[in-house]
Design a protein around this ligand. Structure first.
Ligand code: RAM
Length: 525
């Protein structure tokens, strides 16, 4: 698993004021809720949970405890939340003759609290670790932390007091600032307990990633990524229907496209809007998908007229990688993401993604009455090459340039609907025999695409079984929200070498909302 940091400082970005103003206008109102902590907890061993660790409630009342040097306690909010934490602190005993020195740690899952930050030596910045060291010179006080945290648990360790006095704590709470409240959402009836549980956790995951943009993860990276946005938007249409937020995100990407036409893989919005100088071949193209899905789900068409030129420029840029024979030639300067894993070849996936998005682009162009003949003929070339050259009819699977067969290639070609449903069904049959149980894939992002490919190719039972085994297993291991990375073969695996950096509420894992609605409740194919 790896991800290369990109430095493209020479790239010039547009800042289209009118589009960025529209992004601003579509900022949803934030909903502020106050959530009070529910119980004290203690870290215990449980070999059914992630890293054999869980937090059990203990009966003590916080207000009645007096804490001294080296004491530690854990506040359990009993669900995952995102917000600003505060706690009232006082001293009892003799006069307070020294500062109170404490450490606070915020954890989305119990396992994070069994690791120390000093141990962390991964490639992602330590600054993400949800930990604070605080000196308090005067008590009583209300400690309100300026940084927003994503957590269920807060651990407070008394690093020092003095033998003359003890610290007491009360009124631990957090204030949320999200754009939706899952408690006000009417949930569909799902006549399958496992799927129902998965659905509820997926809703919580999506809700906690919806602030003034669709964030990828409220703990990390706390920003708007195009690949994640595509899946969040699809799940949003089936649940919160907070379509203004999708619009806002579309305007943000469109308003800050690079001057050569490429759309950045992610954008920052604080302290001011700013595109990242990172470009991923597939993520850029998914701008077209998000626009296409918005038009299909929302119906508002003004945005199409405004953003079509941006989508066109992106498509034209991407089509430069298509050869005369209809084969896509990827470049290392414009990497294809598909999944965190770099252990498989991605050329067939790239070919499929461009077919998938070109079809959506043609749909949009037709809607505006634009000329599409040229695009249609490139699409024909891409599909013909895929069927005649990339598809190995003997093996009944798509084959990469280096001769490799992998599951991602089959999945993306099925999603791109290069063949008919019947042929796709048989390709996924072969893929199922060859690649299941899946190995070496650790992202819910890729698992989502595998599950959807099973559904659309008519492998309903297998798709449901995968949904249950993959997302259900995270719940069995203690998930309140779904994770950024999960490899069922090595549940403890973190792409960063430590759970304290991993995100355990990650947008791209919320798609059971979309999958269950579309393929189970609406039984679409
Ligand atoms: C990580 C995040 C994000 C994803 C990118 C490609 O940084 O998990 O969600 O889209 O990778």
């Amino acid at each position: 698993m790896s991800f290369q940091f990109q430095l493209n400082r020479e790239v010039k970005f547009n800042h289209d004021k009118s589009l960025l103003d529209k992004a601003k206008e579509n900022t949803p109102k934030t909903i502020n809720r106050e959530i009070h902590f529910k119980s004290l907890g203690k870290l215990v061993e449980d070999n059914t949970k992630l890293e054999n660790t869980t937090i059990e409630p203990c009966s003590d009342l916080l207000e009645e405890q007096q804490y001294n040097k080296d004491d530690t306690f854990i506040l359990d909010f009993r669900n995952h939340y995102v917000g600003h934490f505060s706690i009232a602190i006082n001293s009892v005993g003799s006069p307070m003759d020294s500062p109170l020195y404490i450490r606070l740690r915020f954890a989305e899952i119990a396992a994070e609290l069994s690791h120390e930050s000093e141990e962390y030596d991964g490639w992602l910045a330590k600054g993400w670790i949800q930990e604070e060291f605080v000196h308090l010179d005067e008590l009583p006080t209300v400690l309100s932390l300026p940084r927003r945290y994503a957590f269920r648990y807060v651990e407070i360790k008394i690093l020092d007091t003095s033998p003359k006095w003890s610290a007491t704590f009360s009124d631990a709470k957090l204030k949320t600032a999200l754009s939706v409240d899952e408690n006000n959402l009417e949930l569909p009836e799902i006549n399958d307990l496992e799927l129902e549980k998965i659905y509820h956790v997926a809703i919580k995951t999506l809700a906690d990633c919806m602030s003034d943009v669709f964030e990828d993860g409220p703990k990390r990276d706390r920003r708007l990524w195009l690949g994640d946005l595509r899946l969040q938007a699809l799940s949003n249409y089936k649940s919160f229907k907070q379509n203004d937020l999708v619009k806002r995100c579309l305007y943000l990407f469109a308003g800050m496209a690079s001057s050569d036409g490429r759309i950045s893989a992610n954008v920052f919005t604080k302290p001011k809007v700013n595109p990242d100088d990172t470009f991923l071949f597939d993520y850029s193209l998914f701008f077209i998908s998000v626009l296409h899905d918005f038009i299909k789900n929302d119906g508002e068409s003004n945005i199409l007229e405004e953003l079509y030129p941006i989508a066109k420029k992106q498509m034209d840029y991407s089509l430069k990688f298509v050869g005369e024979n209809g084969q896509i030639e990827c470049s290392d300067d414009y990497p294809v993401f598909i999944d965190w894993s770099n252990e498989f070849s991605k050329d067939v996936c790239a070919q499929a993604v461009i077919i998938y998005t070109l079809k959506q682009f043609i749909y949009l162009a037709n809607k505006l009455g634009q000329e599409t003949q040229n695009y249609q003929s490139i699409l024909d070339k891409l599909e013909t090459y895929s069927k005649n050259v990339l598809f190995n009819s003997e093996k009944n699977m798509f084959q990469c340039q280096n001769g490799e067969f992998n599951i991602a290639s089959q999945v993306w070609m099925v999603l791109a609907k290069v063949f008919t449903k019947e042929i796709n069904n048989s390709i996924m049959d072969t893929a199922y025999d060859k690649f299941f149980p899946i190995t070496g894939i650790a992202t819910p992002y890729m698992y989502h695409h595998i599950t959807e490919a099973l559904f659309i190719s008519g492998h309903y039972e297998r798709a449901i079984a995968l949904l249950k085994s993959y997302w259900g297993k995270m719940i069995d291991l203690g998930a309140d929200t779904f994770w950024e990375a999960f490899d069922p073969d090595q549940p403890d695996y973190s792409p960063y070498g430590s759970p304290i950096i991993s995100s355990y509420c990650h947008a791209w894992s919320c798609t059971p909302i979309y999958l269950i609605n579309k393929y189970v409740l609406e039984s679409e194919e």
